[in-house]
Design a protein around this ligand. Structure first.
Ligand SMILES: Nc1ncnc2c1ncn2[C@@H]1O[C@H](COP(=O)(O)OP(=O)(O)O)[C@@H](O)[C@H]1O
Ligand SMILES: [Mg+2]
Length: 151
């Protein structure tokens, strides 16, 4: 059970906390773990696909890519000495949709992620990415809230 676990990370405290719990669960079940960060592909947003708008300079995309790699490296630190298989992935596009596509294409059996992330918008129960996964992922999604009692 839970052969392949997907751990989406945006580098936020909650995502890192979720990664710690993912590690514990993966060790119990002998799971393979994939850490993934989705770099927002701004060309995919309607405003940026309008023919008369200025394209995002390549340097901006490269910055986002560098940040994405740093986020993955930071999350990977939590898995130092992890006895199972650990893979990291950097993907591009709208995070919610990309993550669901990845779950479907690569056949993950469990997603473990944070409830909220970096946006800092308070008052919402779930962030937009976690909300998307709960609704559309075809596998169980474990949402880590950050303040739960874990016995
Ligand atoms: N770009 C991303 N790539 C991978 N995982 C992400 C990304 N953004 C958010 N996540 C995951 O989704 C969780 C919830 O974040 P999100 O839904 O974006 O909330 P918020 O609206 O507060 O930013 C994070 O804790 C993280 O696990
Ligand atoms: Mg977010």
């Amino acid at each position: 059970m839970f052969k392949n676990i997907l751990v989406p990370t945006d580098g936020s405290d909650m995502a890192l906390h979720a990664a710690k719990i993912a590690r514990a669960i993966a060790e119990k079940f002998g799971s393979n773990v994939t850490l993934v960060h989705i770099v927002q592909n701004y060309y995919a947003l309607p405003a940026f696909s309008m023919p008369d708008t200025v394209a995002i300079p390549l340097s901006v995309m490269q910055d986002l890519e560098t940040t994405g790699k740093a986020i993955l490296a930071k999350t990977e630190e939590i898995f130092a000495g992890f006895p199972g298989n650990l893979t990291t992935k950097l993907e591009y596009g709208p995070p919610g949709k990309q993550l669901v596509d990845l779950v479907i294409e690569d056949g993950y059996s469990l997603v473990i992620m944070g409830r909220r992330g970096l946006s800092g918008v308070t008052g919402l129960l779930l962030g937009s990415v976690s909300n998307h996964l709960v609704h559309y992922a075809p596998c169980p999604v474990l949402i880590i809230k950050g303040n739960e009692k874990l016995d």
